[in-house]
Design a protein around this ligand. Structure first.
Ligand code: ADP
Ligand code: ADP
Length: 233
């Protein structure tokens, strides 16, 4: 029951011949939460691009959920350091966006809208944003926008959630609150998570397994199973 499976993966951008990541071998179990930590420029985003099929390895192989990755995956939700909400849409309409994109027929999206909205409101409630569904991003604080971004990443029930420093720009209090929310959501729904972060404490709080990447060329130089008993056991 392997989910992410990297076998001896190398990636060079262009034909520079310099590898951005080098000889990455790593596999995760279904429902595992992993963190990749390492200095800036070490290859963490490159790892993400390989895991979602946005980049093909120069050498080696990447499989997700038992199948070789041959192009961009649809089973993914993503959240980044900046919240990236669309300013002309309400919080609710921002959260619904992935369903609108995934749903090929607009008429079908419209006919399921009530059901989708109920799902979105449930998620917004889980992250403490009930009451803000009809506000616009500029009416929310940075932390609230980030909560909404996480809802948007989860609305289509992705098998894999990719988080690229999503808590980096938040104050310590909001950050730790969001850690708890994320941990609870993941414990309940068991989606797979890859979190990229500089923050070792964050990795230790959230992840089942922590991988440490070295400065360029990015290699996995350490792997640590989290000894802390989390709520997911
Ligand atoms: P590709 O290399 O497959 O075209 P991208 O679309 O990510 O991949 O990048 C397009 C081009 O932009 C790259 O080939 C590279 O020349 C340049 N580029 C983008 N990001 C960087 C970076 N961080 N460092 C150096 N060059 C970059
Ligand atoms: P991180 O996410 O850990 O900061 P990246 O994966 O973005 O690291 O980058 C790893 C290395 O690959 C860096 O040396 C970076 O400059 C280089 N790189 C990233 N994207 C490109 C690109 N599109 N073209 C060329 N080089 C790139």
């Amino acid at each position: 029951d392997t989910f992410v499976d990297f076998k001896n993966v190398f990636l060079a951008y262009g034909d520079s011949g310099d590898f951005a990541v080098e000889d990455i071998t790593l596999s995760t179990r279904q429902g595992e939460f992993i963190a990749i930590v390492g200095p800036s420029g070490c290859g963490k985003s490159t790892f993400m691009k390989l895991a979602t099929g946005l980049k093909a390895p120069t050498r080696g192989s990447v499989s997700i959920d038992g199948a070789p990755v041959t192009g961009p995956l649809k089973i993914v939700g993503m959240a980044f350091q900046a919240p990236t909400l669309l300013p002309w849409r309400t919080t609710l309409d921002n959260v619904l966006l992935p369903l609108e994109i995934v749903e090929p027929h607009r008429s079908r999206f419209r006919s399921h809208r009530a059901e989708y909205e109920a799902q979105a409101l449930k998620l917004l409630k889980a992250v403490g944003l009930d009451g803000y569904a009809h506000q616009f991003p500029w009416q929310l604080s940075g932390g609230m926008q980030q909560r909404a971004s996480i809802c948007r990443a989860l609305i289509h029930e992705p098998k894999m959630l990719l988080l690229d420093e999503p808590f980096g720009a938040l104050d310590a209090f909001t950050r730790e609150e969001l850690w708890c929310i994320l941990r609870d959501l993941q414990a309940a729904q068991r989606f797979n998570v890859i979190l990229v972060t500089h923050d070792l404490r964050e990795a230790a709080f959230l992840a089942d397994t922590i991988y440490v990447m070295s400065r360029r060329p990015g290699r996995i130089v350490a792997c640590k199973t989290n000894p802390l008993p989390g709520p997911r056991e």
